[in-house]
Design a protein around this ligand. Sequence first.
Ligand code: HEM
Ligand SMILES: Nc1nc2c(c(=O)[nH]1)N[C@H]1C(S)=C(S)[C@@H](COP(=O)(O)O)O[C@H]1N2
Ligand SMILES: [Mo]
Length: 358
Amino acid sequence: MAGPPTPVPTTPGPLRRAGRRTNLGLLGLLLVAGGTGVLSFGVGTLPAASLVVAAHGAAGLGLLLLVPWKSVVVRRSRHRTAGRRDPVVALALAVLVTVTVGSGVLHAVGLPGPWPASGGIAALQVHVGAAVGTGALLVVHVWGSRQRPRRTDLSRRSLLRAAALGLGAAAVWAGTEAALGLGGVPGARRRSTGSFERGTGDPAAMPVTQWIGDGVPATEHRVLDLVAGDRRVSVPVADLGDEDAVRAALDCTGGWFAVQEWRGTRLDRLLAEHLPDLPPEGSVDVVSVTGYRRRLPLRDAGHLVLATSAGGRRLSAGHGAPVRLVAPGRRGFWWVKWVRRVEVVDAPWWVQPPFPLQ
Ligand code: HEM
Ligand SMILES: Nc1nc2c(c(=O)[nH]1)N[C@H]1C(S)=C(S)[C@@H](COP(=O)(O)O)O[C@H]1N2
Ligand SMILES: [Mo]
């Protein structure tokens, strides 16, 4: 594209200051958004979840505040060659950030999908996929940047500016939430984890959800193995009690939740009955007949239920029959379906992949 050099456009007023600080602000918001996004999948209890999800919304929406500045930075960099980034990466990054923010907002407003037109994909699935892509491209885009940390990055002025950006971002988020409420859109009714209610009190109306690619077993297994060291007890599933009931929300990271009355046997009682004198510390591996598994702290056993029914009806195959884990206060991926084995182990619960692999 040869031709006479175009003059560097002049920029009005405050936008003239666009530059390094704009880029640092964007980077900071993207890092906070990515971190709180992942964290939002890990937090299942309400006060904590509200904070994480609010911080996430603020960081994500706060990006919009910097768009006018960033466009000046981009326009200026077209007139330089030194220090220019790969324009293909930069463009792809801009597209991915736009898709990430757009799909996040689509979910929050109340169009969570899954839409038939997209092959049954939900807004949050698009969102997380685009966010992962954003993270990868961000590394490439920032790598080789000539920017090095400067002492002035921690000056009083810079910190004030960062605080102003944080406040502005929080204001955009609060304004958005208020608008959703005033508009009476479906998004106003989402839980503080961001999930929409689907099938409360009516398990049959609850979506059947797999984490990645697990499948509903063709036949029901009949025994549950309880294991600790070299002790192993096989309990017929038909003998499991139903004396323990708990009302709890199954809250899927796919963006929906349902409250049911779950009924079955509390894990601490089951273990005490069949494997007496367990040490108080350690973990339990709850393993599905499909191989899907989660490790939980043994001291939580008093809050965990091996459930055989929901809403007064026997569990359906899709929802985990003959027995599933009910883990109140934890996100859906902890609620292992089709439980075949419960094994007490010494290793701490966090010695496992943070999210299931199947
Ligand atoms: C580059 C990274 C990311 C950006 C810029 C971003 C941005 C956003 C935005 C703008 C929203 C809408 C907030 C609102 O309107 O209140 C949102 C919602 C959401 N995001 Fe992200 N996000 C990112 C990464 C992630 C990741 C990695 C996850 C999960 C692993 C995630 C999970 C969520 C969830 C669950 C919601 C719905 C929250 C709600 O309904 O208020 N995000 N995100
Ligand atoms: N064995 C097994 N258990 C599982 C899953 C899975 O894929 N396999 N998915 C988990 C996830 S992500 C959720 S949200 C809940 C969904 O339960 P439901 O299908 O009964 O609605 O089951 C959890 N238990
Ligand atoms: Mo889920």
